[in-house]
Design a protein around this ligand. Structure first.
Ligand code: ADP
Ligand code: ZN
Ligand code: ZN
Length: 715
C-alpha cells in the first residue's frame, strides 16, 4: 500500500520480497539522525526506480547521485545505481527497505554518464538499469568489494604519468594529413568529422596527432583530458595499442574489450573512471565507459557492422559515440575508406565535415591494381583460376606474402548424397550442417549442434557422401597440395579459438613466417601487413544476389578493405608487362557488375552516390527509420499471432507497420522466429510511437519471447 499519489517511477522493493527493517527509520526519526531516501535503478527488466532508505552511521557521507550501492531486492542482494537523492519517499515509511552498503570508495559516476545511459535506454526502449549496470565490469557488480578494493589499490600504487615524450620518432605528416589534423583540433565544441581516407592513407597517424594535440592543449591549460579511440575488432586492439604506446610512452593507455580477464577489465575501467587513463582504446562496449575528462572520440572503420551490438541492448556504438560527443560538446572523428551510407548522407547535408586523404601515405606505396578474373573464361579448379595460381606462384618465388580471402569457415558448407539427394540439414535450424574435416564433424554454425560425419548416407546408405562448395579448410588443403613448400596460415574463428592464438597467428604473419595467409573477414580488417603484395578473393559473388539491401554496401566495404591489405609498404612485384604494383585478383562470374566496376576504379564515391540514390527511391535507410519487433516461440503460428496482435495494438500515425513474416532463417535451435518491421520517414515520429507501444506490449500476457530492435541492420 502506498501513501499519496501512485507514482509510476517509484516502487518499493518490498513488493518483491520480505519486509525490510523498519527500526532504522524509526531510529532516525526519533533521534533526528541524518537520513535520506535514494532512488536506485537495478539490472532488472522493470522500467522503474526503487526507493531505499539510507541512515547515517558515524562519519558517513550522505550518498550522492551516481554512486553504486548494495541493496536488498526480493530475497537477494544486488548492486544498484543511485539516480536521485531525496528527503522523502512516496512509499509508506515502514515499507521502505534500508540499503546495505554504499560503495563509497568508488567516485560517483557523472551526470553525463547517467544521461548517456538514459539516452540509450530511451532510444533503444530499455529500462535504464538494464543499460547502466550491465555496462559496468563484473567486479563492480558483486556483493564482495574485494576486486574493487584491490583494483583501486593497484591504481594508487602506479603514479600518474608525466608529460608526453616528444623524442619518439614519428613520420612527417603529408599535406592532407596536416589539413585533417588542423581541422579536427580547431573544432570549437561539438563537430563530427568524416575522415574519408583510402586504405593505407595514414588515418591512424591523423588520429594520433589529433589526440596528442588535444591532450597537450588541455595540459597546457592545466585541465585533465582523455581521448577515446574505438576499433571494430578485438584483434585490432593489440596493434593499435602497440603503436599508441610506442608513440606516447609518457601517457597512460588502457584497452577495453570483452576478451580481457575480469580483473584486468575492472582495472582498466577504473583507470578510465578516475581519470588516470589518458587514452582508452576499445571495441564497441568502450562507448559506455566512464571517462570524466573525455575531450575527443575517434571511431576507426566507422562503417563496420561490429559497432552494432547484436544481443541484449542492441545499440550502435557509433551512434552513441556521436551523441556523447554532442552532449559533451567535443569533436568526434569517424574514419573509413568506405563510409557507411548514414555518414555519407550526413556529409552531403553538412552535418558531418568531410576530411579527405586521397593518397597512400608510406613512401612509394600505391593503391593495388584490381583485376577481375572472369571465371567463365578462366575456369576455376578447386576454387583457383589459372591466373590466381600463377600470381601466387610468382609471390612465392619472390618471397612476398599473399592473402586469400574467403568469408566462409569450415571445409564445405554442405554435405550431400549424389544417389538420393540427401543434404546435411540441421534438424534444429533452417540451415545446413557445415563439414569440418580436420575435426571430423558436421557442425551447425547457428545452434552449435555437432555430429560425427556419417559413414554413409542416412537415407540410402550410399557410402560416397560429397562435400559441396568450399570453405577455408578446403582451400587450405588445396594450397598445401599445390604448393607443398609454402607456409600457409589459416586464420578464422575455428583456428583461433584458444585465447591468444589469433594474436600469435598475426604476429607470425608480421614477422614474415607466413607465405600465404588465408582467412575470413578476420584477416580483412585494419591490419597493416607490410610484406603483402597479393590479395586473392575466391568467391564473393553470392552477396550480389542477397535479399538484404545492405549486402552490396557490405561487400564493397569488405572487398575494398581486404584489397587495402596489399602494397602498404611500397614493396612491389614487377608484372609481366614491366609495371610494378601490388595486385588484387577477384574471381567472379559477373565482372561487368557495377559494384566490381566501381571497385576496379577504387571509386567509393561513385558507388556510394548510386547506392544512396537507390535507397532514396526505395525509401530505405538512411532515408527512412526502422524498428523491428522479433518474436520467438516453439510454434511459428504463436509468434506470428503475437505480432499480429502487436500490430493492431495502437494507432500509428506516421509509422507504417508491415505484415508479420517468418524471419529469413526461420528456425534456430528448435525455436521458430518471426518479425514485424516498422518504418517511418521521421525518427522522432517513430520514437514517439515506440514508447507507448512498448508499454502496451509489456502488458500482453504471452508465452512468446519478444524483443524490439531500433535501427536494425539485419532484416
Ligand atoms: P589507414 O589506417 O589509413 O589504412 P595506416 O594509418 O595504417 O593507414 O597507415 C598506413 C602506413 O602508412 C603505415 O605503415 C604508416 O606508418 C604509414 N604512414 C602514415 N603516415 C605517414 C606519413 N606521413 N609518412 C610516411 N608514412 C606514413
Ligand atoms: Zn543417399
Ligand atoms: Zn542448428
Amino acid at each position: 500500500m502506498r501513501f499519496g499519489r501512485a507514482n509510476a517511477t517509484t516502487t518499493s522493493p518490498i513488493a518483491a520480497g520480505r519486509r525490510g527493517p523498519i527500526e532504522a527509520w524509526q531510529f532516525a526519526k526519533a533521534w533526528r539522525v541524518s537520513s535520506r531516501v535514494l532512488s536506485v535503478v537495478l539490472d532488472a527488466p522493470l522500467d522503474t526506480a526503487f526507493d531505499y532508505l539510507w541512515v547515517a552511521t558515524q562519519e558517513e557521507q550522505v550518498p550522492t547521485k551516481g554512486q553504486l550501492v548494495l541493496v536488498p531486492f526480493g530475497r537477494r542482494q544486488t548492486i544498484g545505481l543511485v539516480i536521485a537523492v531525496k528527503d522523502s519517499s512516496e512509499i509508506e515509511p515502514a515499507k521502505l527497505r534500508q540499503l546495505l552498503q554504499v560503495r563509497g570508495q568508488l567516485p560517483a559516476l557523472s551526470d553525463h554518464w547517467i544521461s548517456l545511459c538514459r539516452f540509450a535506454a530511451e532510444y533503444y526502449q530499455r529500462p535504464l538499469g538494464e543499460v547502466a549496470l550491465p555496462s559496468l565490469p563484473k567486479g563492480l557488480r558483486t556483493e564482495s568489494t574485494v576486486a574493487l578494493d584491490r583494483g583501486l589499490k593497484k591504481l594508487a600504487q602506479t603514479p600518474p604519468q608525466p608529460m608526453p615524450d616528444t623524442s619518439v620518432q614519428r613520420p612527417q605528416l603529408n599535406t592532407e594529413q596536416h589539413i585533417a589534423v588542423d581541422a579536427i583540433v580547431s573544432a570549437e565544441g561539438y563537430q563530427a568529422y568524416l575522415l574519408f581516407g583510402v586504405t593505407g592513407s595514414g588515418k591512424t597517424e591523423v588520429y594520433l596527432n589529433a589526440a596528442e594535440r588535444v591532450l597537450q592543449r588541455a595540459r597546457d591549460d592545466g585541465r585533465p583530458a582523455q581521448v577515446l579511440i574505438m576499433v571494430p575488432e578485438i584483434n585490432l586492439t593489440p596493434q593499435l595499442e602497440a603503436s599508441v604506446r610506442a608513440r606516447f610512452p609518457g601517457l597512460q593507455v588502457v584497452s577495453l574489450h570483452s576478451q580481457l580477464a575480469e580483473g584486468e577489465r575492472l582495472r582498466h575501467w577504473l583507470a578510465a573512471h578516475i581519470g588516470r587513463a589518458d587514452i582508452v582504446l576499445g571495441t564497441r562496449l568502450a562507448v559506455l565507459s566512464s571517462m570524466p575528462h573525455l575531450n575527443m572520440i575517434i571511431i576507426d572503420e566507422e562503417h563496420d557492422p561490429s559497432y552494432k551490438q547484436q544481443e541484449g541492448l542492441r545499440y550502435s556504438a557509433r551512434d552513441l559515440a556521436v551523441w556523447r560527443a554532442h552532449q559533451l560538446q567535443i569533436p568526434v572523428v569517424l574514419g573509413s575508406a568506405t563510409p557507411s551510407a548514414e555518414s555519407w548522407l550526413h556529409v552531403s547535408t553538412g552535418r558531418y565535415q568531410r576530411l579527405q586523404l586521397t593518397q597512400r601515405a608510406a613512401q612509394n606505396a600505391q593503391l593495388p591494381k584490381v583485376r577481375l578474373i572472369d571465371t567463365e573464361i578462366n575456369k576455376a579448379a578447386d576454387g583457383f583460376s589459372p591466373p590466381l595460381l600463377a600470381a601466387l606462384k610468382q609471390r612465392l618465388e619472390k618471397g612476398e606474402q599473399s592473402l586469400l580471402f574467403l568469408n566462409r569457415r569450415g571445409y564445405a558448407p554442405v554435405m550431400h548424397c549424389d544417389a538420393c539427394g540427401w543434404i546435411s540439414n540441421c534438424r534444429r535450424c533452417t540451415a545446413f550442417m557445415v563439414l569440418h574435416k580436420p575435426e571430423r564433424r558436421l557442425r551447425c554454425h547457428h545452434c552449435s549442434l555437432e555430429l560425427r560425419i556419417p559413414p554413409a548416407c542416412p537415407t540410402c546408405g550410399n557410402v560416397d557422401l560429397q562435400p559441396l562448395g568450399r570453405g577455408t579448410q578446403r582451400v587450405e588443403e588445396h594450397l598445401q597440395h599445390v604448393f607443398p613448400d609454402a607456409r600457409v596460415m589459416r586464420i578464422d574463428a575455428d583456428s583461433t579459438r584458444r585465447k591468444g592464438s589469433a594474436q600469435a597467428a598475426f604476429d607470425a604473419v608480421h614477422r614474415g613466417d607466413v607465405d600465404i595467409l588465408l582467412g575470413t573477414q578476420m584477416v580483412a580488417k585494419g591490419h597493416d601487413f607490410q610484406r603483402l603484395t597479393l590479395v586473392g578473393v575466391i568467391n564473393p559473388d553470392t552477396a550480389l544476389f542477397s535479399q538484404d539491401y545492405r549486402a552490396g554496401e557490405r561487400l564493397f566495404a569488405q572487398l575494398m578493405q581486404v584489397a587495402g591489405r596489399a602494397g602498404r609498404a611500397g614493396r612491389t612485384t614487377v608484372n609481366d608487362d614491366g609495371a610494378s604494383q601490388s595486385e588484387v585478383l577477384i574471381q567472379t562470374r559477373y565482372p561487368q557488375h557495377p559494384l566490381y566496376q566501381a571497385l576496379l576504379a577504387h571509386d567509393y564515391q561513385g558507388f556510394a552516390d548510386t547506392m544512396l540514390a537507390e535507397r532514396r527511391s526505395a525509401n530505405l535507410p538512411p532515408y527512412s527509420f526502422q524498428a523491428l519487433l522479433r518474436a520467438e516461440a516453439k510454434d511459428l503460428q504463436l509468434a506470428l499471432d503475437f505480432l499480429t496482435q502487436a500490430r493492431a495494438l495502437l494507432p500509428h500515425q506516421g509509422v507504417s507497420i508491415n505484415d508479420p513474416v517468418p524471419m529469413a532463417m526461420t528456425r534456430v535451435a528448435g525455436i521458430e522466429r518471426a518479425q514485424l518491421l516498422l518504418e517511418s520517414a521521421s525518427r522522432p515520429q517513430l520514437q514517439a510511437f515506440l514508447r507507448p507501444w512498448m508499454q502496451a506490449l509489456r502488458s500482453i500476457k504471452t508465452r512468446v519471447n519478444w524483443m524490439l530492435e531500433v535501427d536494425p541492420i539485419d532484416i
